[in-house]
Ligand binder design. Sequence first.
Ligand code: DGL
Length: 271
Amino acid sequence: MDNRPIGIFDSGLGGLSAVKAVLELLPNEDIIYFGDTARVPYGSRSNETIEKFAKEDIEFLQQFGCKLIMAACGTVSSVATKATSEIKEPFIGVVKPASKAAARATRNNVIGVMGTAATINSGSYVKEIAKINPDAQVLGVSCPLLVTLVENNWIDEDNYIAREIIKRYISPLTEQGADTIILGCTHFPHLAPIIQSVAGDDVVLIDTGLEAAREAKQILQQADMENSADNKAAAHYYVSDKTQNFSAIAKTLLGKDISGEITFKNIDERL
Ligand code: DGL
């Protein structure tokens, strides 16, 4: 039994897709979330900047004595290999668990990856999937506009503009026969219903936050580090820019009001 919290971070609010999965799969765990809303997006930045931001985000979470740290951010998981490899706590990024799930799910060995420019350029999924299934063909597409759609809450299923943008992004994947698509960015699970309807019902979508949450559950179970069943689990959210936007969008993404649980954190200052 271990009653320390799980630390989850992302470049912004998209990581709430991972929080949602952790809340469902690990309902007794306390969560500390950090969303770097002042510096989002990470996905269009240089590798050096992403490493620096990731290191600062990790150091912030480490001050809470987390028992496990999760990078919900696809960009950090793909690019910040130095910062994440130096973490002393058990660490989970999204690339490994999502690659495993995609390799299991594909029936024709053609896997698509939707991500930020940094994620796609890093080749992280190509490398990881090749280790598991060298025969798989991995096709990447960078989808920066989808981040903006989610940040602005344009995620309703009948949103015409979202649908048209998604069609344009994923047609190279479906035209080349991808039967499995990794939603390789925190924000994309929030658009899953539209992506599924554009891609077709036969295409399996892999939710990276959900796969990371499954992995977290396994790690905690195996190490006997779960919190006790009678813990009144609490989540607290820190953001590096104003809390109001986060609170409004979190309501849609998590389906509940978390406004009392959000604190502004200037990432340039210590706790
Ligand atoms: N959180 C980022 C990711 O999952 C998307 C937003 C950004 O570019 O920072 O890749």
